[in-house]
Ligand binder design. Sequence first.
Ligand code: XIL
Length: 379
Amino acid sequence: MKENFFLRNFSARAVLLFCLTGLLSVCNSSKKITGEENIPSLKEVFKNDFLIGTALNADQILQKDPKADALVQQQFNAITPENVMKCEVINPQWDVYNFDLADKFVEYGRQHHMQVIAHNLIWHSQVAPFVHKIKSADSLQQFMVNHITTIASRYDGKVKGWDVVNEALNEDGTMRKSTFQQLLGDDYVVKAFELAQKSSPHSELYYNDYNIEQPAKRAGCIALIKKIQAAGARIDAVGIQGHWLLGQIPLKDIEESIQQFSALGIKVMITELDIEVLPRNFQGADVNQRLQSNAQMNPYTTGLPDSVQQKLADDYGALFNLFLKYSDKIGRVTFWGVNDGQSWLNGWPIAGRTNYPLLFDRDFKPKPAFYKVIETKKN
Ligand code: XIL
Protein backbone atom coordinates (compact mmCIF):
# COMPACT_ATOMS: atom_id res chain seq x y z
CA MET A 1 0.00 0.00 0.00
CA LYS A 2 2.72 2.34 1.07
CA GLU A 3 4.73 1.62 -2.16
CA ASN A 4 1.64 2.18 -4.34
CA PHE A 5 0.96 5.47 -2.69
CA PHE A 6 4.59 6.39 -3.18
CA LEU A 7 4.52 5.59 -6.87
CA ARG A 8 1.23 7.34 -7.45
CA ASN A 9 2.56 10.43 -5.88
CA PHE A 10 3.72 12.73 -8.67
CA SER A 11 6.71 14.31 -6.99
CA ALA A 12 7.99 10.92 -5.85
CA ARG A 13 7.78 9.66 -9.44
CA ALA A 14 9.62 12.72 -10.63
CA VAL A 15 12.40 12.04 -8.12
CA LEU A 16 12.55 8.39 -9.22
CA LEU A 17 12.77 9.40 -12.87
CA PHE A 18 15.47 11.92 -12.07
CA CYS A 19 17.51 9.30 -10.21
CA LEU A 20 17.14 6.74 -12.99
CA THR A 21 18.20 9.27 -15.61
CA GLY A 22 21.17 10.17 -13.43
CA LEU A 23 22.15 6.52 -13.08
CA LEU A 24 21.85 5.95 -16.82
CA SER A 25 23.93 8.97 -17.64
CA VAL A 26 26.64 7.89 -15.17
CA CYS A 27 26.74 4.45 -16.86
CA ASN A 28 26.74 6.12 -20.22
CA SER A 29 29.49 8.54 -19.37
CA SER A 30 31.70 5.80 -17.97
CA LYS A 31 31.12 4.00 -21.25
CA LYS A 32 32.03 7.13 -23.18
CA ILE A 33 35.09 7.77 -21.03
CA THR A 34 36.69 4.35 -21.09
CA GLY A 35 34.77 2.67 -23.89
CA GLU A 36 35.89 -0.47 -22.08
CA GLU A 37 33.62 -0.80 -19.10
CA ASN A 38 33.08 -4.50 -19.65
CA ILE A 39 36.67 -5.64 -19.54
CA PRO A 40 37.91 -7.58 -16.53
CA SER A 41 39.68 -5.61 -13.84
CA LEU A 42 43.27 -6.56 -13.01
CA LYS A 43 42.88 -5.55 -9.37
CA GLU A 44 39.77 -7.72 -9.06
CA VAL A 45 41.20 -10.71 -10.86
CA PHE A 46 44.37 -10.73 -8.72
CA LYS A 47 42.77 -9.49 -5.49
CA ASN A 48 43.73 -12.62 -3.56
CA ASP A 49 47.25 -12.69 -4.98
CA PHE A 50 48.94 -9.28 -4.92
CA LEU A 51 48.24 -5.59 -5.35
CA ILE A 52 48.20 -4.34 -8.92
CA GLY A 53 49.74 -0.91 -9.27
CA THR A 54 50.55 1.75 -11.80
CA ALA A 55 52.79 4.82 -11.90
CA LEU A 56 51.00 8.16 -12.20
CA ASN A 57 52.43 11.24 -13.91
CA ALA A 58 51.58 14.80 -12.84
CA ASP A 59 48.66 15.18 -15.29
CA GLN A 60 47.13 11.92 -14.10
CA ILE A 61 47.47 13.00 -10.47
CA LEU A 62 45.71 16.26 -11.36
CA GLN A 63 43.01 14.17 -13.11
CA LYS A 64 43.49 16.15 -16.30
CA ASP A 65 42.94 13.07 -18.38
CA PRO A 66 39.47 11.54 -17.82
CA LYS A 67 40.26 8.40 -19.81
CA ALA A 68 43.39 7.67 -17.79
CA ASP A 69 41.52 8.45 -14.60
CA ALA A 70 38.70 6.03 -15.41
CA LEU A 71 41.11 3.27 -16.35
CA VAL A 72 43.30 3.77 -13.27
CA GLN A 73 40.27 3.50 -11.01
CA GLN A 74 38.94 0.47 -12.85
CA GLN A 75 42.17 -1.50 -13.00
CA PHE A 76 44.57 -0.60 -10.18
CA ASN A 77 44.61 -0.64 -6.38
CA ALA A 78 48.11 0.78 -5.85
CA ILE A 79 49.80 3.91 -7.19
CA THR A 80 53.40 5.13 -7.35
CA PRO A 81 54.33 8.71 -8.33
CA GLU A 82 56.36 8.57 -11.53
CA ASN A 83 58.23 11.79 -10.69
CA VAL A 84 56.50 14.12 -8.21
CA MET A 85 58.13 12.78 -5.05
CA LYS A 86 61.64 12.82 -6.45
CA CYS A 87 64.12 15.22 -4.87
CA GLU A 88 64.21 17.75 -7.75
CA VAL A 89 60.44 18.27 -7.44
CA ILE A 90 59.75 17.89 -3.73
CA ASN A 91 62.94 19.45 -2.30
CA PRO A 92 64.23 21.76 -5.07
CA GLN A 93 66.43 23.89 -2.80
CA TRP A 94 68.02 23.61 0.64
CA ASP A 95 65.15 23.83 3.15
CA VAL A 96 62.59 24.47 0.40
CA TYR A 97 59.88 21.86 0.00
CA ASN A 98 57.18 21.69 -2.61
CA PHE A 99 54.52 19.30 -1.40
CA ASP A 100 51.76 20.44 -3.72
CA LEU A 101 51.73 17.53 -6.19
CA ALA A 102 52.83 14.94 -3.64
CA ASP A 103 49.94 15.91 -1.35
CA LYS A 104 47.52 15.65 -4.28
CA PHE A 105 48.95 12.26 -5.20
CA VAL A 106 48.51 10.93 -1.65
CA GLU A 107 45.00 12.39 -1.49
CA TYR A 108 44.09 10.75 -4.82
CA GLY A 109 45.04 7.38 -3.38
CA ARG A 110 43.10 7.99 -0.17
CA GLN A 111 39.97 9.05 -2.03
CA HIS A 112 40.06 6.03 -4.29
CA HIS A 113 41.03 3.50 -1.63
CA MET A 114 44.34 2.70 -3.28
CA GLN A 115 47.59 1.76 -1.59
CA VAL A 116 49.97 4.68 -1.97
CA ILE A 117 53.63 3.90 -2.61
CA ALA A 118 56.11 6.73 -2.14
CA HIS A 119 59.02 6.84 -4.61
CA ASN A 120 61.69 7.70 -3.57
CA LEU A 121 63.81 9.17 -0.77
CA ILE A 122 67.45 8.65 -1.82
CA TRP A 123 68.46 8.16 -5.47
CA HIS A 124 71.43 9.39 -7.51
CA SER A 125 69.19 10.68 -10.31
CA GLN A 126 66.70 13.58 -10.42
CA VAL A 127 68.26 15.11 -7.34
CA ALA A 128 67.94 18.88 -7.07
CA PRO A 129 70.99 20.78 -8.43
CA PHE A 130 71.91 22.08 -4.97
CA VAL A 131 72.64 18.53 -3.79
CA HIS A 132 75.26 18.05 -6.54
CA LYS A 133 77.00 21.21 -5.33
CA ILE A 134 77.45 19.86 -1.80
CA LYS A 135 81.10 19.04 -1.29
CA SER A 136 81.38 18.06 2.39
CA ALA A 137 80.24 14.85 4.05
CA ASP A 138 78.72 16.80 6.95
CA SER A 139 76.53 18.89 4.66
CA LEU A 140 75.42 15.90 2.62
CA GLN A 141 74.64 14.02 5.81
CA GLN A 142 72.62 17.04 6.97
CA PHE A 143 70.77 17.08 3.65
CA MET A 144 69.86 13.41 4.11
CA VAL A 145 68.62 14.04 7.64
CA ASN A 146 66.53 17.06 6.59
CA HIS A 147 65.20 15.47 3.41
CA ILE A 148 64.18 12.13 4.87
CA THR A 149 62.91 13.47 8.19
CA THR A 150 60.79 16.21 6.60
CA ILE A 151 59.27 14.14 3.82
CA ALA A 152 58.93 10.76 5.48
CA SER A 153 57.28 12.18 8.60
CA ARG A 154 54.80 14.23 6.58
CA TYR A 155 53.43 11.08 4.96
CA ASP A 156 54.00 8.61 7.80
CA GLY A 157 51.14 6.14 7.83
CA LYS A 158 49.49 7.92 4.89
CA VAL A 159 51.59 5.92 2.45
CA LYS A 160 51.81 2.17 2.50
CA GLY A 161 55.54 2.23 1.93
CA TRP A 162 58.66 4.09 0.81
CA ASP A 163 61.30 3.28 -1.71
CA VAL A 164 63.88 4.47 0.81
CA VAL A 165 66.93 3.91 -1.40
CA ASN A 166 66.74 3.47 -5.15
CA GLU A 167 69.44 1.94 -7.38
CA ALA A 168 72.45 1.92 -5.03
CA LEU A 169 74.15 -0.99 -6.85
CA ASN A 170 76.30 -1.54 -9.92
CA GLU A 171 75.75 -4.47 -12.26
CA ASP A 172 78.53 -6.48 -10.59
CA GLY A 173 76.93 -6.06 -7.18
CA THR A 174 79.36 -3.43 -5.90
CA MET A 175 78.14 -0.08 -4.63
CA ARG A 176 77.37 2.55 -7.26
CA LYS A 177 79.71 5.54 -7.00
CA SER A 178 76.93 8.06 -6.48
CA THR A 179 77.37 11.42 -4.76
CA PHE A 180 76.03 9.77 -1.60
CA GLN A 181 78.43 6.82 -1.72
CA GLN A 182 81.41 9.01 -2.58
CA LEU A 183 80.97 11.44 0.29
CA LEU A 184 79.35 9.25 2.95
CA GLY A 185 80.68 5.79 2.14
CA ASP A 186 78.65 2.59 1.69
CA ASP A 187 76.89 3.08 5.02
CA TYR A 188 74.67 5.86 3.66
CA VAL A 189 72.14 3.18 2.76
CA VAL A 190 71.84 1.93 6.34
CA LYS A 191 71.67 5.55 7.54
CA ALA A 192 68.81 6.26 5.11
CA PHE A 193 66.82 3.28 6.41
CA GLU A 194 67.42 4.31 10.02
CA LEU A 195 66.21 7.84 9.31
CA ALA A 196 63.17 6.59 7.39
CA GLN A 197 62.28 4.16 10.16
CA LYS A 198 62.40 6.94 12.74
CA SER A 199 60.36 9.36 10.64
CA SER A 200 57.89 6.90 9.18
CA PRO A 201 57.25 4.16 11.74
CA HIS A 202 53.82 3.40 10.25
CA SER A 203 54.88 2.87 6.64
CA GLU A 204 56.83 0.03 5.08
CA LEU A 205 60.43 0.52 3.93
CA TYR A 206 61.81 -0.84 0.65
CA TYR A 207 65.04 -1.13 -1.30
CA ASN A 208 64.33 -0.77 -5.04
CA ASP A 209 66.57 -1.50 -8.05
CA TYR A 210 66.71 -2.84 -11.62
CA ASN A 211 68.50 -6.01 -12.78
CA ILE A 212 68.71 -7.30 -9.19
CA GLU A 213 67.29 -10.57 -10.45
CA GLN A 214 70.63 -11.12 -12.23
CA PRO A 215 73.03 -13.25 -10.17
CA ALA A 216 75.93 -10.84 -9.53
CA LYS A 217 73.78 -7.83 -8.79
CA ARG A 218 71.40 -10.04 -6.78
CA ALA A 219 74.29 -11.19 -4.58
CA GLY A 220 75.21 -7.55 -3.94
CA CYS A 221 71.59 -6.79 -3.13
CA ILE A 222 71.30 -9.68 -0.70
CA ALA A 223 74.50 -8.51 1.04
CA LEU A 224 73.08 -4.98 1.23
CA ILE A 225 69.79 -6.17 2.72
CA LYS A 226 71.64 -8.31 5.25
CA LYS A 227 73.72 -5.29 6.20
CA ILE A 228 70.60 -3.19 6.78
CA GLN A 229 69.11 -5.98 8.89
CA ALA A 230 72.34 -6.54 10.83
CA ALA A 231 72.40 -2.85 11.74
CA GLY A 232 68.99 -3.34 13.33
CA ALA A 233 67.17 -1.20 10.78
CA ARG A 234 63.81 -2.26 9.39
CA ILE A 235 63.43 -3.27 5.74
CA ASP A 236 60.07 -4.76 4.75
CA ALA A 237 60.50 -5.59 1.08
CA VAL A 238 62.73 -5.45 -1.97
CA GLY A 239 61.48 -4.03 -5.24
CA ILE A 240 62.63 -5.70 -8.44
CA GLN A 241 61.92 -2.93 -10.93
CA GLY A 242 61.19 -5.27 -13.82
CA HIS A 243 62.20 -3.20 -16.86
CA TRP A 244 62.64 -6.18 -19.16
CA LEU A 245 63.24 -6.79 -22.86
CA LEU A 246 60.91 -8.58 -25.26
CA GLY A 247 61.84 -12.21 -25.74
CA GLN A 248 64.52 -11.99 -23.06
CA ILE A 249 62.62 -12.20 -19.80
CA PRO A 250 65.03 -13.82 -17.31
CA LEU A 251 62.38 -16.10 -15.80
CA LYS A 252 64.83 -18.42 -14.07
CA ASP A 253 66.75 -15.54 -12.51
CA ILE A 254 63.52 -13.91 -11.40
CA GLU A 255 62.32 -17.15 -9.81
CA GLU A 256 65.60 -17.69 -7.95
CA SER A 257 65.55 -14.09 -6.80
CA ILE A 258 62.02 -14.35 -5.43
CA GLN A 259 63.11 -17.43 -3.48
CA GLN A 260 66.36 -15.94 -2.21
CA PHE A 261 65.00 -12.49 -1.32
CA SER A 262 62.03 -13.91 0.53
CA ALA A 263 64.36 -16.23 2.46
CA LEU A 264 65.69 -13.01 4.06
CA GLY A 265 62.30 -12.59 5.71
CA ILE A 266 61.08 -9.78 3.46
CA LYS A 267 58.43 -9.46 0.76
CA VAL A 268 59.25 -9.14 -2.92
CA MET A 269 57.57 -6.63 -5.19
CA ILE A 270 57.71 -6.00 -8.90
CA THR A 271 57.73 -2.23 -8.90
CA GLU A 272 58.19 -0.77 -12.39
CA LEU A 273 57.06 -3.41 -14.83
CA ASP A 274 57.27 -2.77 -18.57
CA ILE A 275 58.61 -4.73 -21.54
CA GLU A 276 60.75 -3.00 -24.18
CA VAL A 277 59.63 -4.07 -27.68
CA LEU A 278 62.02 -1.77 -29.60
CA PRO A 279 65.68 -2.45 -30.41
CA ARG A 280 67.96 -2.00 -27.42
CA ASN A 281 71.27 -3.69 -26.75
CA PHE A 282 71.35 -3.55 -22.98
CA GLN A 283 69.11 -4.67 -20.17
CA GLY A 284 67.89 -2.73 -17.19
CA ALA A 285 67.02 0.90 -16.66
CA ASP A 286 70.11 2.98 -16.03
CA VAL A 287 68.69 6.43 -16.73
CA ASN A 288 72.18 7.71 -17.60
CA GLN A 289 72.53 5.26 -20.45
CA ARG A 290 71.44 6.71 -23.80
CA LEU A 291 71.52 5.46 -27.39
CA GLN A 292 71.84 7.25 -30.74
CA SER A 293 68.59 7.69 -32.61
CA ASN A 294 68.01 6.46 -36.16
CA ALA A 295 65.05 5.07 -38.12
CA GLN A 296 66.08 1.45 -37.52
CA MET A 297 65.82 2.01 -33.80
CA ASN A 298 62.22 3.17 -34.15
CA PRO A 299 60.61 0.57 -36.41
CA TYR A 300 56.92 0.62 -35.39
CA THR A 301 55.83 4.22 -35.76
CA THR A 302 52.56 3.23 -37.44
CA GLY A 303 51.64 0.32 -35.23
CA LEU A 304 52.90 -2.87 -33.63
CA PRO A 305 52.98 -5.92 -35.97
CA ASP A 306 50.75 -8.80 -34.82
CA SER A 307 53.72 -11.12 -34.37
CA VAL A 308 55.35 -8.71 -31.93
CA GLN A 309 52.04 -8.09 -30.20
CA GLN A 310 51.76 -11.83 -29.67
CA LYS A 311 55.30 -12.13 -28.33
CA LEU A 312 54.56 -9.36 -25.86
CA ALA A 313 51.44 -11.21 -24.73
CA ASP A 314 53.44 -14.43 -24.30
CA ASP A 315 56.12 -12.66 -22.24
CA TYR A 316 53.54 -11.04 -19.97
CA GLY A 317 51.72 -14.37 -19.66
CA ALA A 318 54.91 -16.17 -18.62
CA LEU A 319 55.68 -13.47 -16.07
CA PHE A 320 52.27 -13.58 -14.45
CA ASN A 321 52.31 -17.38 -14.32
CA LEU A 322 55.52 -17.05 -12.35
CA PHE A 323 54.16 -14.27 -10.13
CA LEU A 324 51.10 -16.41 -9.35
CA LYS A 325 53.29 -19.36 -8.41
CA TYR A 326 54.90 -17.13 -5.78
CA SER A 327 51.90 -15.02 -4.84
CA ASP A 328 52.52 -15.81 -1.16
CA LYS A 329 55.88 -14.04 -1.44
CA ILE A 330 54.93 -11.18 -3.80
CA GLY A 331 53.12 -8.21 -2.32
CA ARG A 332 52.57 -6.07 -5.38
CA VAL A 333 53.05 -5.89 -9.13
CA THR A 334 53.20 -2.29 -10.41
CA PHE A 335 53.32 -1.28 -14.08
CA TRP A 336 55.44 1.75 -14.94
CA GLY A 337 52.73 3.83 -16.58
CA VAL A 338 49.07 3.60 -17.56
CA ASN A 339 49.13 3.29 -21.35
CA ASP A 340 51.72 2.86 -24.09
CA GLY A 341 51.58 6.51 -25.13
CA GLN A 342 52.38 7.62 -21.59
CA SER A 343 55.31 5.27 -21.00
CA TRP A 344 58.75 6.71 -20.25
CA LEU A 345 60.12 4.21 -22.80
CA ASN A 346 58.96 6.54 -25.60
CA GLY A 347 61.73 8.84 -24.38
CA TRP A 348 64.43 6.56 -22.96
CA PRO A 349 67.06 5.48 -23.91
CA ILE A 350 66.26 7.26 -27.18
CA ALA A 351 64.00 10.30 -27.33
CA GLY A 352 60.95 10.33 -29.59
CA ARG A 353 60.36 6.62 -30.19
CA THR A 354 56.97 4.95 -30.48
CA ASN A 355 56.97 2.22 -27.88
CA TYR A 356 54.44 -0.41 -26.76
CA PRO A 357 55.58 -1.75 -23.40
CA LEU A 358 52.35 -1.89 -21.35
CA LEU A 359 48.97 -3.69 -21.27
CA PHE A 360 46.89 -0.77 -22.60
CA ASP A 361 47.32 0.90 -25.98
CA ARG A 362 47.33 4.62 -26.76
CA ASP A 363 43.51 4.65 -26.76
CA PHE A 364 43.43 2.97 -23.33
CA LYS A 365 42.21 -0.23 -24.96
CA PRO A 366 43.43 -3.53 -23.55
CA LYS A 367 46.00 -5.28 -25.74
CA PRO A 368 46.31 -9.04 -26.28
CA ALA A 369 48.89 -8.97 -23.46
CA PHE A 370 46.17 -7.76 -21.07
CA TYR A 371 43.96 -10.75 -21.87
CA LYS A 372 46.90 -13.12 -21.61
CA VAL A 373 47.62 -11.80 -18.12
CA ILE A 374 43.97 -12.24 -17.11
CA GLU A 375 44.04 -15.79 -18.53
CA THR A 376 46.93 -16.80 -16.26
CA LYS A 377 44.52 -16.61 -13.36
CA LYS A 378 42.07 -18.95 -15.07
CA ASN A 379 44.66 -21.63 -15.67
C1 XIL B 1 61.65 7.63 -14.86
C2 XIL B 1 60.35 8.36 -15.20
O1 XIL B 1 59.43 7.43 -15.70
C3 XIL B 1 60.65 9.43 -16.24
O2 XIL B 1 59.49 10.21 -16.47
C4 XIL B 1 61.79 10.32 -15.81
O3 XIL B 1 62.12 11.22 -16.84
C5 XIL B 1 63.02 9.48 -15.46
O4 XIL B 1 62.67 8.52 -14.49
N1 XIL B 1 63.90 3.73 -12.48
C6 XIL B 1 63.18 4.42 -11.55
C7 XIL B 1 62.15 5.41 -11.99
O5 XIL B 1 63.29 4.14 -10.35
O6 XIL B 1 62.02 6.47 -11.11
C8 XIL B 1 62.46 5.93 -13.38
O7 XIL B 1 61.38 6.75 -13.78
C9 XIL B 1 62.70 4.78 -14.33
C10 XIL B 1 63.87 3.94 -13.90
